[in-house]
Design a protein around this ligand. Structure first.
Ligand code: IPE
Ligand code: IPE
Ligand code: MG
Length: 255
């Protein structure tokens, strides 16, 4: 039998938290405000959550900022989101750098304006040696896209005979994903009440613990995140084993 302490803290802190920041639009609509103000309020939440994760010694925080499907929104909203993205980068990169935070982007950035792509590259280069927290922003990201680009790059290596089809196994595919050098997310959070993955990190979420909250993203706070982390710590992760095997500690736990 686990002791009370073990039962309450089965897991250490998550190493990688991945969040779908949803509910900005509804937050604004509830206040009879344009959706744009919801997105602006959402940026403030990002700042607080990044700071909190850095203080909690989380290694990686991934935030879904714009999906490959979000281009389907009205042109005015898409354009507002791009402007907000650019303005936020301009304002925040130096601050992230001062706080020893490493910034990374995942997603197909080739469709963004040259100016935005330049700023993204600048942010990555400026912060690449920082060690406190890796902040991954998923922009024009889709899980399907990630798997496709991995397969394309593997196929190129097969064409040049650097790889053979027999080399394709789970570890190799992981090495070609946009998150290759990062631990897989162990805690997945979605705000806004929907309980779906919406094409986020499909491969990488294979064994993540899921946490859904009705809180709209602008209302999400470090204390709600702390609740999600506490919930994560109290769960028994089994990775296919039985609960008894896990408790007897005779098995190595990994996805
Ligand atoms: C998430 O909030 C932000 C982005 C998708 C860019 P939404 O804009 O999806 O907010 P809701 O779901 O309409 O409330
Ligand atoms: C997912 O939210 C994408 C981001 C948060 C960037 P959506 O609001 O676009 O998801 P769906 O369309 O409701 O599934
Ligand atoms: Mg939404």
């Amino acid at each position: 039998m686990p002791t009370d302490d073990q039962a309450q803290h089965l897991n250490p802190n998550p190493r990688h938290i991945a969040i779908i920041m949803d509910g900005n639009g509804r937050w604004a609509q509830q206040r009879f405000m344009p959706r744009a103000l919801g997105h602006q309020a959402g940026v403030k939440t990002v700042r607080k959550i990044v700071e909190y994760c850095a203080t909690q010694k989380i290694e990686v925080l991934s935030l879904f900022a714009f999906s490959s499907e979000n281009w389907r929104r009205p042109e005015a909203e898409v354009s507002l989101l791009m402007t907000l993205f650019m303005a936020t980068l301009q304002r925040e990169i130096n601050k992230l750098d001062r706080n020893n935070i490493r910034l990374r982007f995942i997603g197909d950035r080739s469709v963004f304006s040259d100016k935005l792509q330049q700023k993204m590259a600048e942010g990555e280069t400026q912060t690449e040696n920082n060690t406190a927290l890796t902040l991954v922003i998923a922009a024009n990201y889709g899980g399907h896209w990630d798997i496709c680009q991995a397969f394309q790059n593997i196929a190129l290596k097969i064409v040049t005979a650097e790889l053979t089809p027999e080399d394709i196994h789970e570890t190799l595919i992981g090495q070609y994903l946009s998150t290759a050098d990062l631990p897989e997310p162990d805690l997945f959070i979605r705000t806004g009440g929907e309980q779906r993955v919406s094409n986020f990190m499909l491969w990488q979420l294979a064994y993540a613990e899921m946490y859904f909250t009705p809180k709209l993203w602008p209302d999400f706070t470090p204390s709600v995140l702390a609740e999600a982390i506490a919930s994560f710590k109290s769960r028994q992760r089994r990775f296919g084993h039985t609960g008894e095997q896990v408790l007897s500690q005779v098995v190595t736990l990994q996805p």
